[in-house]
Design a protein around this ligand. Sequence first.
Ligand code: UDP
Length: 331
Amino acid sequence: MSVLVTGGAGYIGSHTVAELVSHGEQVVVVDNLTTGHREAVLDGVPFYDCDIRESEQMRKIIRQHEVDSVIHFAANSLVGESVQNPLKYYENNVGATTRLLSVMVETGVKRIVFSSTAAVYGEPERMPIDERDRKTPTNPYGETKLAIEKMMDWSYEAYGLQSVRLRYFNAAGAHPDLPIGEDHNPETHLIPIILQTALGQREQVSIFGSDYPTEDGTCVRDYIHVMDLASAHRLAVERLRSGQVTAESYNLGNGNGFSVQTVIEVARKVTEIAIPAEKADRRAGDPAVLVASSNEAKRALNWNPQFDDLETMVATAWKWHKSHPAGYAGN
Ligand code: UDP
């Protein structure tokens, strides 16, 4: 019995693989390495450089490794790019997942944990955001993730395919012990950009918007440690195996919001470097505040985040960036 992790060479995928292995799970990874890194997958874990659309190969892998559950990360995940090129997102996210679910139905694998996103909510109607709140995505990335959640709802009705969809807020940090971390090209996320600036790789951090209706005028986000996301995925597999699941969605966040300005200040403290930052224009499509209510995930999954203070998130990310200034390319 093993867990198939698609996109297991990516940021959240690779940390989830490490978490599963450390809990004694048999894991098999499929990743086409478009954005993932082969080096991010632990030694000894079976790895296939394969696109999830290659149905024949996927069927073979599922049978050979006696896969009983899938954790599905493989996707494109850049909001800005999705606005520029929506069809790429429909093809690679909705299209590819349709193929994956078909193979699962054919091979009798009935459990899937899906990497969803806070972007399914769009402009929130209230704070903190609850799973039942209105879902009106404001970009194709969020639309494709919501479409997949709905496809999974119908697949439960039709084929008994059980799914747990995890809607992440802002993933942050790195594995505290293993040499894996965040490495995107191009990098768009706030914490890696701040730490690359600390390393002298960028001149300054641009603060996107300083006139938002928040305490210091900068955007507020709910940062959640990647190891806490990883443990939620492991617990979701356990819940699926317990047989209680139909088609469920949970927010994963800390319930605490931190402003861009606060994140920069915490990073200055952790790194002991006077990281330069300057005010810049707002970035299109950024809501002022995004904070999750994760009470449902805590209750249903027995999830208990362990790395929930911002300093720990930044410190683990700093350890990774300092030791791998060129990311995996420097290995
Ligand atoms: N942000 C910023 N400067 C940057 C990158 C991000 O001010 O160079 C802000 C961004 O506007 C948002 C927050 O930091 O309010 C988190 O952005 P990120 O891209 O990390 O995640 P998102 O919230 O888009 O998922």
